[in-house]
Design a protein around this ligand. Sequence first.
Ligand code: NAD
Length: 568
Amino acid sequence: MNKTPSASQTARLTVEQFLQEYASHPTYTPPPGTELHAKNWQAEAALRMFLNNLSKEVAEAPAELVVYGGTGQAARTPEDARKIIEVLLELEEDESLLVQSGKPVGRVRTHPEAPRVMIANSNLVPHWATWEHFNDLRKRGLIMYGQMTAGSWIYIGTQGILQGTYETFVACGEKHFNGNLRHKLLVSGGLGGMGGAQPLAATMAGATFLGVDVDPERIKKRLDTRYVHKMTTDYQEAKQWVLEAKEKGEALSVGLVGHIGDVLERLLQDNIIPDILTDQTSAHDPLNGYVADGISLAEARSLRASAPDRYKQRSLKSMARHVGIMLQMQSRGSKVFDYGNNLREFAQQGGEKNAFQIPGFVPEYIRPLFCEGKGPFRWAALSGDPEDIRVTDEALKKLFPENRHMIRWLNEAEEKVAFQGLPCRICWLGMGEREKAGLLFNQLVREGKVKAPIVIGRDHLDCGSVASPYRETEGMKDGTDAVSDWPLLNLMANTGGGATWVSFHHGGGVGIGYSQHAGMVILADGTERAERCLRRVLFNDPALGIFRHADAGYESAQENAEKFGLNL
Ligand code: NAD
């Protein structure tokens, strides 16, 4: 029996009433509970996740519609946001909304098992795919930067990257420190939307952590959401805290306000060489992301607007200096890796010739997981009730009792992760597992064990959904790093399979010109329709990862293709 509430069971608000209550710019809130505001749960799911992305608990700067990742937006303008909401409230089950770089542009005839929303963000014909051309269009209101999950409405706050960051730090510990990060100091820059996961991931992995961010407000947000333990503006104080903690083997995390280049220089002068060193400043955008050194944050903001070319040159030079110090640390024994923000490329453009001597985190630590079709599977409880996530956590532990790694992760996450916005969970799952998990969630909804439907999605940083030669596809065995047929095939497979919304973006993670990637979200609303779609999409999506890596010559992917019957 399907207990999912339907529109006819509740008195719907008018569009104006809805906008007033849940979307009065810049205050956005997803409506909680089991009442439907749209005409069906598929549109309601997209609507709630869109509003969740923009809510103040989740978005880094809701007034600018910026969700995370430098300038990653969920909609182009407040008017576009309003129109997206209006259309979603009225969308029928045989229609789909088209969104072009954050602007709703049309409604097309489809069918109930087709995506309700189809999104294309920031795409440019390759020859024109530069920040300069993009910024010119952006200034004229003609395009928007969607990052990865901002423009595809499945950003879930800092937790979204938490497990990936944790897996990376653990893999680094296994590779270089016999699997033990106690008494080890991990240093990184950037405590923003994604970078803010680093302190919690590092301490969960057992390390002592020092994170440096130039913007005190960003560190405060991490304190409020329990991602970092302590904050200071004083270098000496931060140094003393982390050195004492490292000595005692204490998993302490400290956020220090400062420019990462300046802090690394001081650490070097003080002869403090981090055991692990990486970076998650928004280096992918030299103009509006990375903060150049020698100027305050406020000065940087005004220079960006008044002299963008001068600012960009200054920013590139600062990155060259920053990476130069990282290389010195590397030569003195620090395990240094690039963490997916394109810092090496821009440092090279700024004059640091050896920037690419720093390895990327995917070939170094993550690719073996991609060969199993594994990646950052995530889900959110549309009811807004944290109890629903607890129910899904427990059900997953029962479904996969042999997966001790996953159970340990879920136990840690339950204890340590504070929710931001709609309660949600991230958990890396692979081929086979994702389909089983999706069907289980659909059953929980059908049987009324959770209060409302659940949406399932993932990062675009996944095994078969991205072409990004300085990140996910760096150093592919057959040299196909820049071939972007794969994310397009992923988009087509998920559209054909019946994901609830799909997206295709350019420039996420590493910036304009450097990546193309696809996103998908699928609803588990307890219906048979959902079950059919889940079976197709949650099979096809990780299968694309195995196809991609098997084709590139990775043996473990070829074995998995055989195991899951994926060979032609
Ligand atoms: P964000 O814009 O929310 O945060 C970036 C932070 O860097 C800000 O808090 C900013 O104040 C700080 N910063 C900028 N320049 C600095 C400097 N010179 N010194 C100190 N702090 C500085 O971005 P985010 O969502 O945290 O993403 C960070 C970067 O990581 C982006 O480039 C993004 O594309 C990339 N990213 C990586 C992954 C991954 O899996 N590794 C995933 C998503 C995003």
